[in-house]
Ligand binder design. Structure first.
Ligand SMILES: [Ca+2]
Length: 338
């Protein structure tokens, strides 16, 4: 028997694909019922679900993510990441937009209490100021991930949320984004869009794809909603004293959310207490008041740049729970504000 015949006898890849598609089509009926239960309009369900097909590419991406397979162990160093993300191009572009839209950004800062450079640093990190936002069809990606991904419940809920966006008047053709369902300038998930997106220019659509005003206000609203404290820095670089007893500073709290990220921070101390322990701010002055609480973090270990991080750093982590991400957002914001 030839190879082709063996494959045919076993069902073969084409048959497996057909079976997968049939399973997916059945699953769409469950999603339709779930959408109806959540109050999505029948017209929306009828306009999106028929013709939707399974996308094996997003499942392949999902499986290749960190955490998708066995850990490779070890923490990479922050410095190369910083050089890639806090780069001259991004700094210059952020500074240019800050200068161009200064009044608009100042108004947003007054309204939401979030500094312009922080908002711009998020936009710069998420999509390089809108230069890449993804071209995957969102309903197709989300339904595929809900059917077979590693976080099925999360994506089923995001699928319902993307249908609700259509109910709210978001045009179907806008609904493209990353393979994992994030879209637009700030790379929101649909549920985040529904919760915080803002129509700042007043044209009736919270347009985080092509309106600068809507994009900036939506990011600012996310930050206000997550508890950003006006007037407090995200953190700042410090030099640790020789002989610092690091073991005594270890945190005893275990975070329920992304515990590996929080486990790398020390316990909380006030700025006054850090100063008493011998910390020196690298800027030559203390950018936060004596009573401000902060944790100590050495991304590349003792002897390299260390940081004191305030509660506002946690707000950046709320946006994307990665120390490298949050640190480089903070550092890019600092560069944009220079
Ligand atoms: Ca708008």
């Amino acid at each position: 028997m030839g190879a082709a015949l063996v494959l045919a006898a076993l069902g073969g890849p084409a048959v497996a694909q057909d079976r997968e598609e049939a399973g997916f089509q059945g699953y769409l009926q469950l999603l339709a019922a779930k959408a109806r239960g959540a109050g999505v309009r029948e017209q929306t369900i009828g306009s999106v679900l028929p013709g939707l097909t399974f996308n094996p590419r997003v499942i392949a991406f999902d499986r290749s993510q960190p955490g998708g397979g066995p850990s490779t162990g070890g923490i990479p160093s922050f410095e190369p990441y910083r050089r890639r993300h806090v780069d001259a191009g991004r700094i210059a572009k952020g500074q240019r937009i800050y200068a161009e839209s200064g009044q608009q950004i100042a108004a947003i800062t007054r309204r939401y209490g979030v500094p312009g450079p922080v908002i711009l640093a998020i936009w710069g990190h998420e999509s390089n100021f809108g230069s890449y936002t993804g071209d995957f069809d969102l309903p197709r990606s989300l339904a595929s991930l809900a059917y077979e991904g590693r976080r099925r419940d999360l994506f089923a809920d995001e699928f319902i949320a993307v249908l609700k966006m259509i109910d709210r008047g978001v045009p179907r053709q806008k609904l493209v984004g990353s393979w994992a369902g994030a879209f637009g300038n700030p790379q929101f998930l649909p549920s985040v869009y529904l919760r915080v997106a803002q129509d700042a220019d007043g044209d009736g659509l919270a347009d985080i794809w092509s309106s600068r005003a809507d994009t900036l206000a939506s990011i600012a609203n996310y930050f206000r909603d997550a508890g950003w404290r006006p007037g407090e820095p995200w953190g700042f670089a410090v030099t640790a004293p020789a002989g610092l007893d690091r073991a005594s500073l270890g945190t005893t709290l275990a975070s329920p959310r992304c515990p590996q990220v929080f486990a790398r921070h020390s316990r909380w101390r006030t700025v006054r207490e850090w100063r008493a322990l011998g910390m020196m701010p690298q800027a030559g002055y203390w950018p936060a008041g004596d009573d401000t609480l902060a944790t100590f973090f050495e991304p590349d270990g003792p002897g390299r740049t260390a940081y004191l991080l305030t509660g506002n750093y946690r707000v950046i982590l709320d946006y994307n729970c990665s120390n490298f991400y949050a640190l480089s957002v903070g550092l890019l914001a600092d560069e944009i504000s220079r």
